[in-house]
Design a protein around this ligand. Structure first.
Ligand SMILES: Nc1ncnc2c1ncn2[C@@H]1O[C@H](COP(=O)(O)OP(=O)(O)OP(=O)(O)O)[C@@H](O)[C@H]1O
Ligand SMILES: [Mg+2]
Length: 312
């Protein structure tokens, strides 16, 4: 019997099975040192927090965003090559990036901190903040931190398709937590998330507290080359939103076309300090710009009524 025959003779005679499913492709993991550092942080935090509620003991260190879901929800999926939305956000982000770089007409403190807000609810803050973050993250040499500061009504995890536990609120209530304990990496390497965190009845008050002020200054300095985008509560709904706005170098006020009353836009703008921060207006869901549902973008706002259109 030659070797081929021998091999045939020991073949099992049972039913032919389909091959076992392949294991999923390996998820790109961070460098080993990074993991060690993060585990060390987590271990230290969990030892310190032995008496803390169970919900404070778990978090995700990285998430895989579902690009298909992002795309089908009408958002700017990172793998999109060309689209009208992509082009619109290219125009929206340009002046923000110029200002963040200190190359704009006005120099402000913390120019890389950008708050996306609006007068009232449902005008497109989260839509704008997420698309802006995704758009900026697609730039070469540009990194973004997207903060869910709408702590009473967090919606970034649902929007981008991931689950979050620890976040901003946990960091603000527990000074044993380090910022690194609540940051979440994503499968877009240049995009990091800071989720809202545990629901807490006084969470909006926390946004106006000293620890939030220190955090804003720390993020701005520690990640000076990073754009930090805050999805925020509406300005006219909580006083804390305008206090949070005062920590930002740039504030983008989303106005829903044909819906936000002019008086409300003015009242919202009156809460901002346009002498010390750059205030932009974004007209969302407008039919009149570009001939379809779209965005109009006017940048800069003079309280004397003179709009200063620095970029469109
Ligand atoms: N330009 C747009 N084109 C299409 N859909 C949009 C646009 N802007 C917002 N939307 C949709 O409108 C709804 C409200 O938007 P979004 O959640 O961003 O508002 P919000 O200001 O964050 O609301 P809230 O105050 O409740 O946090 C969402 O379903 C969002 O996907
Ligand atoms: Mg929102």
């Amino acid at each position: 019997m030659d070797s081929i025959e021998k091999a045939m003779s020991v073949r099992p005679r049972g039913p032919v099975r389909s091959p076992a499913p392949l294991p999923p492709p390996p998820v790109e993991s961070p460098p080993a040192e990074d993991v060690v550092e993060r585990v060390a942080h987590l271990t230290a935090a969990s030892q310190d927090m032995a008496a803390a509620p169970a919900s404070l003991k778990r978090t995700q260190r990285s998430v895989v965003m579902d690009f298909d879901r992002i795309r089908t929800s009408g958002f700017l999926a990172p793998d999109i090559k060309r689209s009208r939305l992509k082009e619109e956000y290219r125009q929206i982000k340009r002046p923000l990036l110029i200002n963040a770089d200190g190359r704009g007409a006005m120099t402000v403190e913390h120019p890389n901190l950008v708050m996306v807000t609006s007068a009232g609810p449902g005008e497109g803050k989260t839509f704008t903040a997420c698309n802006l973050a995704l758009s900026i993250a697609s730039e070469r040499n540009q990194t973004v931190l997207l903060v869910d500061a709408d702590v009473l009504k967090p919606s970034i995890p649902r929007t981008l398709g991931f689950e979050a536990e620890l976040g901003l609120v946990d960091y603000l209530v527990d000074d044993r937590l380090d910022l690194a304990d609540v940051l979440v990496d994503t499968n877009v390497p240049s995009l990091t998330l800071l989720p809202a965190g545990t629901q807490y009845h006084l969470s909006t008050e926390l946004l106006a507290g000293e620890r939030m002020r220190k955090l804003a200054a720390e993020i701005s300095g520690r990640y000076a080359d990073r754009i930090v985008i805050f999805d925020s509560p509406p300005l006219l709904m909580t006083t804390e939103a305008s206090i949070l706005a005062s920590l930002m170098g740039q504030v983008l006020v989303v106005v829903e076309a044909e819906r936000t009353p002019q008086g409300q836009v003015k009242a919202a703008l009156d809460l901002l300090d346009s002498n010390h921060q750059i205030v932009g207006l974004l007209l969302n869901k407008s039919h009149s710009f570009l001939g379809a549902d779209s965005y109009g973008y006017r940048y800069g706002y003079g309280h004397d009524g003179n709009e200063d259109a620095a970029g469109r």
